[in-house]
Design a protein around this ligand. Structure first.
Ligand SMILES: Cc1ncc(COP(=O)(O)O)c(C=O)c1O
Length: 392
């Protein structure tokens, strides 16, 4: 039988690098190799009992289709969170739950771009969380990865993009604190990007899902502190509360876009399931478990920094996310270094997972316990020293 082929768009979107790593890791474990997974943005800390209990007690005796806009209580909890965290007042019609910010981001371009659109360009970081690109490809849009100058490669300026491109732009993504590097940005930086977006009338989207995973004394800012008009921000409980499996986040900002997106999402079928909405309400209302998580990450981070220094591995000094952005042993690409570690069961993400042009770099997710991290580092040291010997 001659079957219909998978579409070229689906082929271009392809698989997901981390998904492929999961398969490789399962294969190694079946062969009896002990593995250490520093690849995903998925931490191994236990879920806060507060959230667990809320979920346990949330099962309704009857069940109905959930509403796209979520429950009143959830909207209120999110609005209160934004007020506590960023001192902004966002009305309920400016808030929309998403079943994880990944799907919210992936589906967003379809709100603004269709096959007849003249403005079909999407701007964003060259080194990017893949759904910015994949969601753009899905609507036949064109993603342009931006890079800053060599002294600040992760801080591109929209003002440096040619006006002809800006005129054809539908939306631009900012992502600070940045995955995969952990770099942050100032409110002034956000202001400069906002000015360009407003001048050219495209939607400015700020993915702020790591806003609560920080280590210094200055919590990362939100684009909402500048305006709610013509902007959307994404937040997630995945990183804030370590509940990646619940699939819970929200998008907030311009009520006109939120309203349009809510209507569209009625057809997508991605309303937050009722028990998850209840547990999420509790999670957004509590800051203590988030602070405790930061303390744990901070300890593991200190240990990793010490280890990188011991091996003389270059890394970026950043103050947010649970990632460390490291440079491979001299003479090796991030891919080669990651492959060598992988053979011994240690999984990290080479820069090529996130884009082109940063070939020597790799990301390590500090998501394992201190004990497991320590164990992995002993093995890592051996691999590193063997590679060093070979290169002599
Ligand atoms: C930059 C960025 N945005 C969004 C997400 C999506 O998170 P979730 O779909 O779990 O909310 C991730 C996850 O790794 C991320 O790194």
């Amino acid at each position: 039988m001659e079957k219909i082929a998978i579409s070229t768009v689906a082929q271009e979107i392809g698989s997901y690098p981390i998904a492929e790593l999961i398969e490789k890791r399962a294969r190694l474990e079946r062969e009896g190799v002990k593995t250490y997974n520093f690849a995903p943005g998925d931490d191994a800390l236990p879920v806060s009992p507060l959230i667990l209990n809320a979920l346990r007690n949330s099962l309704p005796p009857t069940s109905f289709y959930p509403l796209v806009r979520g429950t009143e209580e959830l909207q209120e909890a999110i609005s209160n969170y934004l007020s506590r965290r960023f001192s902004v007042t966002v009305p309920k019609n400016g808030i929309l739950p998403v079943t994880g910010s990944k799907e919210g981001i992936y589906h967003l371009p379809s709100l603004l771009i269709d096959h007849t659109s003249t403005r079909r360009k999407v701007l964003g970081p060259a080194l990017a969380y893949p759904p910015y690109i994949k969601g753009t490809i899905a609507v036949n849009g064109e993603y342009l990865g931006l890079r800053g100058p060599d002294e600040a490669p992760y801080h591109f300026e929209l003002a440096d993009v040619p006006p002809e491109t800006l005129k054809d732009t539908a939306l631009a993504y900012l992502n600070f604190p940045h995955n995969p590097t952990g770099v942050g940005c100032s409110l002034e930086y956000l202001q400069r990007q906002l000015q360009v977006a407003q001048e050219y009338g495209f939607l400015l989207v700020s993915d702020e899902c790591y806003a609560d995973v920080y280590f210094g004394d200055s919590p990362p800012p939100s684009l909402l502190e500048l305006t709610q008009e013509g902007v959307l921000v994404f937040h997630s409980l995945s990183k804030r509360s370590g509940v990646t499996g619940y699939r819970s986040g929200f998008v907030a900002g311009d009520p006109e876009y939120i309203d349009g997106y809510a209507r569209l999402r009625n057809s997508i079928g991605t309303a937050l399931p009722e028990p998850i909405a209840l547990a999420s309400t509790v999670a957004w209302n509590d800051d203590e478990h988030v602070r405790e998580r930061r303390e744990v990450f901070s300890e593991v981070r200190k240990r990793a920094i010490k280890f990188f220094n011991e091996l003389s591995l270059e890394f970026l000094t950043t103050e947010a996310t649970f990632y460390l952005w490291g440079k491979a042993l001299e003479g090796l690409s991030g891919n080669e270094y990651a492959d060598a570690l992988q053979k011994k069961g240690i999984f990290v993400s080479p820069a090529s997972f996130f884009g082109e042009g940063f070939d020597e770099w790799f990301r390590i997710s500090l998501v394992l316990s201190l004990e497991k991290t320590e164990e992995a580092f002993s093995l890592w040291r051996e691999v590193h020293n063997e590679l060093k010997q070979k290169r002599r």
